[in-house]
Design a protein around this ligand. Structure first.
Ligand code: G1P
Length: 290
């Protein structure tokens, strides 16, 4: 039912300079896999097989990554290195990739609006790939798609954050309708100290209904002089319903060094079989999207 996932990927990744000076932040590897590939795998596990990527200048390596590389395939064919390409081959077989260019960097709302051309008039998911989310049993997006089937409205993932980190996020408050679900009535992007309505921070997973596009179109510049998706979602919450979901799982903020190192350690431990000398990939088969 949710068939498309939008990946805003036009940002500069300034928190990771100089690494991101000429390399897209979405291509930063966690162990041996680029961040955006983790996001794409999460979308596939949620039954989505159309990936709509909003690109910026200098991001061509993302397109190359999700394409066949015949020369390389030929070179390593029949060697033990072939094993390392199994995951990405599967992703390329299952998913379709479409791209659109965002000419100006004017905020997350603007990036989502740029993707309208690829999404059309249907509900869709959004993954911010520098928020790396993991849950062994049911991926975060899978949990959200299941909720969408029940409630049919926009849903945003949230988690509690410490007081001193509140100013880094969009913060929500709302009426609790279940111990992990809120009907949003207030949202504020990167609130100043003391003005946050709660400590529930938006994490980079959304399911959006397509009326969001019209709402973004009439959203004025907000925090940081950018068009903030948070502001458009607040409008949607006020005239309809937006749910905030406290997801089950872990989230690493891979847009910054600390979270990136934590994610790397987490995945290294998960992938490394103790007692063996080499890195062995424990592959969980992706579910074929229907
Ligand atoms: C964006 C959103 C913010 C959200 C955050 C999650 O901010 O605007 O509401 O809390 O992602 O990572 P950014 O980190 O792009 O500034």
């Amino acid at each position: 039912m949710i068939k498309k996932c939008l990946f805003p990927a036009a940002g500069y990744g300034t928190r990771f300079l100089p690494a991101t000076k000429s390399m897209p932040k979405e291509m930063m590897p966690v162990v041996n896999k680029p961040l955006i590939e983790y996001g794409v795998e999460e979308a596939i596990k949620a039954g989505i097989n159309n990936m709509c990527i909003v690109m910026g200048r200098g991001k061509h390596s993302i397109m190359d990554h999700f394409d066949k590389n015949y020369e390389l395939e030929h070179q390593i064919s029949g060697t033990n290195k072939e094993e390392l390409l199994v995951d990405i081959r599967e992703v390329i077989d299952i998913a379709n990739f479409t791209y659109i260019r965002q000419h100006e960097i004017k905020g997350l709302g603007h990036a989502v609006l740029t993707g309208q051309e690829l999404i059309g008039d249907e509900p869709f998911a959004v993954i911010l790939s520098d928020d790396l989310c993991v849950n062994e049993r049911e991926s975060v997006l899978e949990q959200m798609v299941a909720l969408y089937k029940q409630f049919r409205c926009s849903i945003i993932a949230v988690q509690e954050v410490p007081e001193d980190e509140i100013c880094k996020y969009g913060i929500i408050s709302g009426e609790m309708i279940r111990d992990d679900l809120y009907c949003v009535n207030e949202m504020i992007e990167k609130p100043e100290r003391g003005s946050a309505p709660s400590n529930l921070a938006i994490v980079g997973r959304y399911i959006l209904t397509p009326d969001i596009f019209g709402l973004i179109e009439c959203t004025k510049l907000g925090t940081g002089g950018e068009i903030q998706l948070t502001d458009s979602l607040l409008k949607q919450a006020r005239y309809g319903c937006v749910l905030a979901y406290k997801f089950k799982g872990k989230r690493f903020d891979c847009g910054g060094v600390e979270g990136y190192v934590q994610a790397t350690n987490y995945f290294f431990e998960k992938l490394y079989l103790k007692g063996e000398k080499k890195l062995k990939l424990l592959r969980k088969p992706l579910l074929k999207a229907t």
